[in-house]
Design a protein around this ligand. Structure first.
Ligand code: GAR
Length: 200
């Protein structure tokens, strides 16, 4: 990474985009020494795209159905990220598992936020899994992305208490609030050089 410029961040998001907004806000406020330079969504209806436009950030839609294979789709995603000159790729509610075609090209440059204390409850519906398991504490995790699903090495975590009357919605909401705190913090740890990608 070139130390003379702000960390350039590309965000991949499939939906609401609240983590995207938290990253944008923290970069704007100076809390994070980085800049969101591109938003990519696989979902043309994603609110994340609207947020990008509102914040004058280039946004692009790359839909899986526009490609013959997962490999071609991932290559298109990777081409877009490469053209942007991003130093870091942040997955923020990106609901697809990236393939080798993407991972190989951005080794040690991809991070993700997940709504549980990994390695507990990887994959989909992490908050529901936590409730069904009856855990009393859950939380959120920012981690490097590797070839597995939510298995990469952990950068930051925060915990959230599960209340006896929690529903998936109420618990998700409280976890989300913490996500908005730790995701920017994790990006700042990388921007400052305090945290580096694990060597593979
Ligand atoms: C967040 O809770 C994020 O942790 C989760 O999707 C939500 C996206 O919200 N990601 C995953 O579950 C990935 N496995 P947002 O679009 O408002 O940032």
């Amino acid at each position: 990474m070139n130390q003379n410029h702000k960390l350039r961040v590309a965000v991949l998001a499939s939906g609401r985009g609240s983590n995207l907004q938290a990253l944008i806000d923290s970069c704007r406020s100076g809390e994070v020494d980085a800049r969101v330079i591109l938003v990519i969504s696989d979902n043309p209806a994603a609110r994340a795209l609207e947020l990008a436009r509102k914040n004058s950030i280039p946004a692009t839609v790359i839909e899986a159905k526009g490609y013959h294979s997962r490999h071609e789709f991932n290559t298109a995603l990777a081409d877009a990220v490469e053209r942007s000159g991003a130093d870091l790729v942040c997955l923020a509610g990106f609901m697809r598992v990236l393939s080798e075609a993407f991972l190989e090209r951005f080794n040690g440059m991809i991070i993700n936020i997940h709504p549980s204390l990994l390695p507990s409850f990887p994959g989909l519906n992490a908050q529901k899994q936590a409730l069904e398991h009856g855990v009393k504490v859950t939380g959120c995790t920012v981690h490097w992305v590797d070839r597995g699903v939510d298995t990469g090495s952990i950068i930051l975590q925060d915990c959230v208490k599960v209340e006896p009357d929690d529903t998936v919605e109420t618990l998700s909401q409280r976890i989300l609030k913490q996500e908005h705190v730790i995701y920017p913090k994790a990006v700042q740890l990388i921007a400052s050089g305090a945290v580096k990608a694990p060597v593979r």
